[in-house]
Ligand binder design. Structure first.
Ligand code: 5GP
Length: 176
């Protein structure tokens, strides 16, 4: 079991699901009459995406991309992000929502937004389940936000703890 790595449950499963249903309803309202493409950044956003789209009542297409950060320390914080696995879908003239597990410093999402803008989507918004905004180093627009969280390392519900425990149905704080 996870008790040796878990300090506390930060967001229980039912609270997560309730908020995700609200986000799904909000997105459905905002894009009524349109179709959207939701892009999931692997791997942390997978659970969020699959739960979220079940609450969306307009036509949704999905695609996946993986990114990796270059270098260490200072270099990484400059946001050198490259595409490790690209999309299969063209973005031109489509309404695109980028689905993320967590925005921390903001460098990942800022770099991905910049890359995707060059493909000329009709619109491009960010939907992040978690927002650790006290750690932000670069301003990024988060249009749909699940929860603001404190500056703690969290895992579960798609987010890993050394590549494990993505399977937990809740968001927990890791023991330090
Ligand atoms: P950023 O570029 O915004 O600093 O980092 C975003 C990425 O860092 C997230 O997609 C996630 O992979 C990772 N990350 C940031 N904070 C946490 C955290 O508390 N827990 C886990 N598991 N990953 C995190």
């Amino acid at each position: 079991m996870y008790h040796h790595v878990l300090q506390e449950v930060l967001i229980p499963a039912d609270v997560l699901q309730q908020r995700i249903a609200e986000l799904g309803a909000e997105i459905s309202r905002d894009y009524e009459g349109e179709e959207i493409l939701m892009i999931c950044i692997l791997r942390g956003g997978v659970m969020f995406l699959t739960d979220l789209i079940r609450h969306i009542t307009i036509p949704v297409a999905i695609d996946f991309m993986a990114v990796s950060s270059y270098g260490v320390g200072a270099r990484q914080s400059q946001g050198e992000v490259r595409i490790a696995m690209d999309l299969n879908t063209p973005l031109a003239d489509r309404h695109v929502i980028l689905v993320e597990d967590i925005v921390d410093t903001g460098h990942t999402i800022a770099a991905v937004l910049e890359m995707l803008e060059t493909r000329h989507p009709k619109s491009l918004r960010v939907c992040s389940l978690l927002d650790k905004s006290v750690r932000r180093e670069i301003v990024v627009p988060i249009h749909y936000r699940g929860f603001e969280i404190p500056n703690k390392f969290v895992f579960g519900y798609g987010l890993d703890l050394d590549e494990h425990w993505r399977n937990l149905p809740f968001i927990g704080v890791a023991k330090t």
